[in-house]
Design a protein around this ligand. Structure first.
Ligand code: INS
Length: 288
C-alpha cells in the first residue's frame, strides 16, 4: 500500500476524460431496460428487493460489512473476476452473459473510445462487488439491481415497478416516508444511505485499497442509481461535488449499458493487457 503522500501525488497525475461516447452511435437505445416487457425473473427480483431494502436492513448490512468477524478473502483482482463468473444477474433484462464477459465488454468499449486507463479499469471492475453474493448476502435482492436511497420517500415516479414499494414498511413510516426523511436538502450523496448492494460494497473496497480517482469511485458507487443519473430523481439531496460526479457517472453509463449487445470478447486474448492495467492502480492482492 502506498503512503498517503505518494497516493495523493499519483492521483493528481490522473488524466481527465471527455464525456462523449462514440461506440454506441449505431445502437437502438430503446431496446435496453424494457422493464414492462421483462420476464418474471426480473419482476420477481424487484418485488423482493423493493420490499426488503429498509433502513433497518441497511444498518444491519453496513454493521456486518464493518464487523471484525466478516468473512474476508485476499485475492488478486483477476481472481476476483474469475470467481464472479458463475453468477447470472437475476435483475438484468439485457444480458444473460457471464459477468466476466460483461466486464470485458464494458472495458473494451471504453478503451475503443480512447478514454483514460483509469476509466478502462473502472469498466473492468465496476460489477466486481457482486462477489458479495458469495459472502454475506441474503439473496440477489441485496446484491444486484438498480439502487435508491433508503430513509426518505421512494420516488415512485422515477423508480421502476413503484407499486412494489407498498410492501416495504418504510413507505408509510412517519419519518422515512417523507420527502427528505432522515436527510436535509443539499446534504450531499456522501451522506445518503443507498440501498445496500454491489455498488456500495465495491465502492468501499476500491476507496480503501486502490489509487483510482474520485470520478472512478462515483462511477462505481452510483452506476446502478438509475433513478438519479438517468431519471433526475433526488436532485435536491445533492451537494456541489455531486454535480461533477453526476457528469462522470453519465459519461460511464453508455459503456455499462449499451456494450451488453457487443460481441463476446476473448478472455485469454485480453487478459495480459488488463493484468498490466490492474497493477497500475491496485496492490497485488485486495481484501474482498
Ligand atoms: C442491472 C444490474 C447492474 C446494475 C443495474 C441493474 O440489472 O444489476 O449491475 O448496475 O442498475 O439494472
Amino acid at each position: 500500500v502506498l503512503k498517503d503522500k505518494d497516493a495523493a501525488t499519483k492521483k493528481q497525475q490522473i488524466p481527465a476524460y471527455n464525456d462523449e461516447s462514440h461506440f454506441d452511435q449505431e445502437k437502438d437505445k430503446t431496446q435496453f431496460r424494457q422493464y414492462d416487457d421483462a420476464c418474471d425473473r426480473v419482476k420477481n427480483f424487484y418485488r423482493e428487493q423493493h420490499e426488503k431494502q429498509t433502513v433497518a436492513y441497511n444498518l444491519k448490512a453496513r454493521a456486518r460489512y464493518y464487523s471484525a468477524s466478516r468473512r474476508r478473502e485476499a485475492m488478486t483482482i483477476w481472481e476476483a473476476i474469475e470467481k464472479l463468473n458463475t453468477l447470472i444477474d437475476e435483475s438484468d433484462p439485457d444480458t444473460e452473459l457471464s459477468q466476466i464477459q460483461h466486464l470485458l465488454q464494458s472495458a473494451e468499449a471504453i478503451r475503443r473510445d480512447g478514454k483514460p486507463r483509469w476509466m478502462q479499469l473502472t469498466g473492468l471492475i465496476h460489477d466486481l462487488g457482486k462477489l458479495l453474493y458469495f459472502y454475506d448476502a441474503e439473496g440477489q435482492w441485496d446484491v444486484v439491481g438498480d439502487t435508491f436511497p433508503v430513509g426518505c420517500a421512494f420516488d415512485r415516479a422515477r423508480i421502476i415497478y413503484p407499486d412494489t414499494f407498498d410492501a416495504n414498511p418504510d413507505a408509510t413510516h412517519p419519518v422515512y416516508g417523507t420527502e427528505f426523511g432522515i436527510y436535509s436538502e443539499g446534504c450531499g450523496l456522501d451522506n445518503v444511505m443507498l440501498s445496500w448492494g454491489h455498488d456500495e460494497y465495491l465502492y468501499h473496497v476500491v476507496k480503501e485499497q486502490s489509487l483510482l480517482p474520485d470520478e472512478s469511485l462515483a462511477m462505481i458507487r452510483y452506476h446502478s442509481f438509475y433513478p438519479w443519473h438517468k431519471e433526475g430523481a433526488y436532485r435536491k439531496l445533492m451537494s456541489d461535488k455531486d454535480h461533477a460526479m453526476l457528469e462522470a457517472v453519465r459519461a460511464f453509463n453508455p459503456y455499462d449499458l449499451y456494450s451488453k449487445s457487443d460481441d463476446v470478447p476473448s478472455v485469454d486474448e485480453l487478459k495480459p493487457y488488463y493484468m498490466e492495467l490492474i497493477d497500475e492502480f491496485f496492490p497485488q492482492k485486495v481484501i474482498l
